[in-house]
Ligand binder design. Sequence first.
Ligand code: NAD
Ligand code: TYD
Length: 355
Amino acid sequence: MKKTVLVTGGCGFIGVNFVRLLLEDHTDWQVINLDKLTYAGNLQSLKSIEDNSRYTFVRGDICDQELVTSLFTKYQIDTVVHFAAESHVDRSITGPAEFIQTNIVGTFTLLEVAKKQWLQENKSSTGCRFLHVSTDEVYGSLGEEGYFTEKTSYDPRSPYSASKSSSDHLVRAYFHTYGLPILITNCSNNYGPYQFPEKLIPLVLNNALQGKELPVYGDGGNVRDWLYVRDHCEAIARVVEQGTVGQSYNIGGHNEKRNLEVVELLCDMLDEKVGLLKSGEPRRSLITFVKDRLGHDRRYAIDAGKIAEELGWTPKFTFETGMDKTVEWYLENRPWMESVMDGSYTQYYETMYGK
Ligand code: NAD
Ligand code: TYD
């Protein structure tokens, strides 16, 4: 069905993959990408599609109510897919203020505008949808056993997950209080093309290619449940189209891995694809155990049964096929990584939008 979608944070890792998916596979959807272009936003990642007639980019802040209102009015937005956030746990530990502002106040601003535009002034919200993209980290940390379901109580433990939990609660409150047609997705750790190299997988790939140390926090035994980004994006599109308003859906791939396992696998894959280090040593020799993250959640694992049963979504990629595609992508796109590492990726938009 025809839609005009406001994608927030469309220049970030998952947003870029989502915008590309929409332009490829959802040919009746019009896409308006609102992104502030923080350090995590990379306009170059969308360069090849920027002239697509179904795509419009707007640089701006989701906290700017006037701007968001003008976009709703100008483009007659009927769908919001809200990715924009501060997303890195380590940054939330050293500087939580931006997380409170963007993740909580920004989400509140979008909700307020959607409420006014869709529910007030005798307007109809028929067919409108506000999908809030969230994380499994809102559920806290698991022991050796068990899975997060949609019924698991929230128990956030980092400033990042606490800010995402707050925004989830606000989104749900706008459904119960005002009847805003919302949906929430809570997904596990993503990996794949265009991920900023502060997150484990691209950071390890980049360091390992350059023969630099590979920092593993604590004992490397923390477990994450990995999902290839394309699978996440397809799940989000499915929830927008078929999800029941007011509901939340867990998204995950049953790919629980200890961090050390992931780092070792990446080392072995690179050794095989590009050869050993110049010293003749395997890349595993670069692994360095470092001081643990404060409040480091031990284990995340998603039960994605609800989205499978109700919406028929299951991931297409296994950990092996997804990792292979990912490593190949970073090897084929070395200039992308280099421009992020040397900071020159910002020059592309600075010429158009200023700093
Ligand atoms: P990211 O950090 O790569 O990208 C965030 C994007 O939001 C950037 O383009 C940035 O410029 C933009 N942004 C930040 N503040 C903004 C503001 N105030 N106004 C407008 N734009 C702003 O994040 P990501 O990894 O792509 O994650 C996207 C969403 O998915 C987040 O909400 C995150 O919580 C959620 N999520 C991520 C993962 C994961 O593994 N990466 C897993 C589950 C859920
Ligand atoms: P990260 O990619 O930051 O995602 P999240 O914290 O949202 O799960 O980290 C994934 C896991 O890898 C997490 O347990 C922390 C760990 N980690 C390291 O061991 N070393 C690193 O350099 C980074 C960035 C993360």
